[in-house]
Design a protein around this ligand. Structure first.
Ligand SMILES: [Zn+2]
Length: 394
């Protein structure tokens, strides 16, 4: 069946350069859409003017009207977020697209899961409008809206399903979550819980039976299990790549009773206390102290990574590797070892992205500058399968 298609271009000002780029966009869509036999072209809509004032944009309004009457299947645009600078208008527009099952082609890429991405767009839209003056209420609102629409977070949380704006408990998974909490209170470590789940063939979120220390620890510390949400923890800065960033610039909000709870608050608090206690008790100082000692945690078993020195045949070159301290005792078989230089590269890259001033003489944990940077800025590092996750100390 042929698809009914339309394109929309917004050119922000009347300047000559902008006009030319606008003409190029229109030409691009004329070529693209009219030359495709699978398409029935409803129109190529084009407005010049500020994105903030919709009433001056006649063609935008015309397009909206057609969408409201279920007149198109695919909308082509350069960037959905830039269709309107007015965040509320943009959100309404995206809602309209979702309600009328319009697939968006954004910059050449089809977006089939617009509904799932809605939350990102809402956050983005709010940030975009108040770039310099963040309105906390608006973010809270956008966050809450995202939730009511079946937040993107919940779809990935073990124990819940989120379909058609409806967050439900999955009984099988919820029982496993409850078991993890009670086993921990009975004195099992996260690692032991993971192993016991594997032995019993419990199915994880991806339908497999592998469990790790990290998965259990994330479970035990996730406040969503008591039916509340603190957020936003991450936000989507770049809607094109969909990359999420840790929320280190906005206030966080607590939403209580945002969804059904699996764990009681009493049990949850007890587990948090125990996790904290276990951390402080496990602290032992080693002689061969380097900046990375007790900073790298194995995602498989929860043990610390340790530094190993390797010499080449004539003992002229030393190589330093970091590996899980339990890897040799055959207690942790899946964990990966990493070259120290590689880990330090990652740390330097990470700190530069955080706009920290990075200077050093050699790429080694013995370098005083690197030591200082790690001490000051790195909370911990987790190695999960082949990825190195660095936590910033803000
Ligand atoms: Zn390990």
């Amino acid at each position: 069946m042929k698809k009914r298609v339309a394109a929309y271009c917004r050119i922000s000002s009347n300047s000559k350069e902008q006009q030319t780029s606008g003409d190029a966009q229109v030409m691009y869509y004329i070529n693209l859409l009219y030359n495709n036999d699978d398409y029935i072209v409803i129109g190529i809509f084009y407005d010049v003017g500020s994105g903030l004032r919709t009433k001056n944009r006649k063609n935008y309004l015309k397009l909206k009207n057609i969408i409201e009457n279920n007149g198109i299947d695919i909308l082509f645009c350069k960037s959905l977020a830039r269709i309107s600078r007015d965040s509320l208008e943009l959100i309404k527009f995206i809602r309209l697209l979702i309600e009328n099952d319009v697939v968006v082609n954004e910059g050449g890429k089809m977006i089939y899961d617009l509904k799932d991405k809605m939350f990102n767009y809402e956050i983005y839209a709010v940030i975009y409008q108040w770039e310099s003056q963040i309105k906390s209420d608006a973010i809270k609102w956008a966050y809450k809206r995202g939730f009511e629409n079946g937040s993107v977070y919940m779809t990935n949380l073990y124990g819940y399903s989120s379909k058609n704006n409806n967050i439900k408990i999955i009984e099988y998974q919820a029982n496993i979550v409850k078991e993890a909490f009670s086993l921990y209170l009975e004195g099992m470590s996260e690692y032991e819980i993971a192993k016991s789940f594997e032995n019993r063939g419990y199915i994880n979120k991806s339908g497999k039976t592998s469990w790790s220390y990290l998965k259990i620890r994330d479970m035990l510390t996730n406040e969503k299990y008591i039916g509340q949400t603190i957020g936003p923890k991450t936000y989507c800065k770049d809607i094109i790549t969909g990359k999420r960033y840790v929320n280190d610039c906005f206030n966080q909000y607590l939403l209580e009773g945002s969804h059904p709870q699996i764990i009681s608050k009493t049990i949850f608090d007890e587990v948090q206390r125990k996790i904290k206690d276990n951390k402080t008790n496990g602290y032992r100082k080693r002689k061969d102290e380097t900046a990375l000692a007790r900073k790298i945690i194995c995602g498989e078993c929860g043990a610390f990574y340790i530094r190993k020195t390797y010499l080449n045949r004539d003992k002229s070159v030393r190589t330093y590797m970091w590996k899980c301290s339990k890897a040799n005792k055959k207690q942790c078989e899946k964990s990966m070892s990493f070259h120290e230089a590689y880990i330090i590269d990652k740390i330097i890259e990470f700190l530069k992205n955080k706009n920290c001033k990075v200077v050093y003489e050699e790429k080694s944990v013995k370098d005083e500058n690197i030591k200082y940077l790690i001490d000051k800025y790195i909370e911990k590092i987790e190695i999960n399968e082949s990825s190195i996750i660095i936590f910033f100390r803000g």
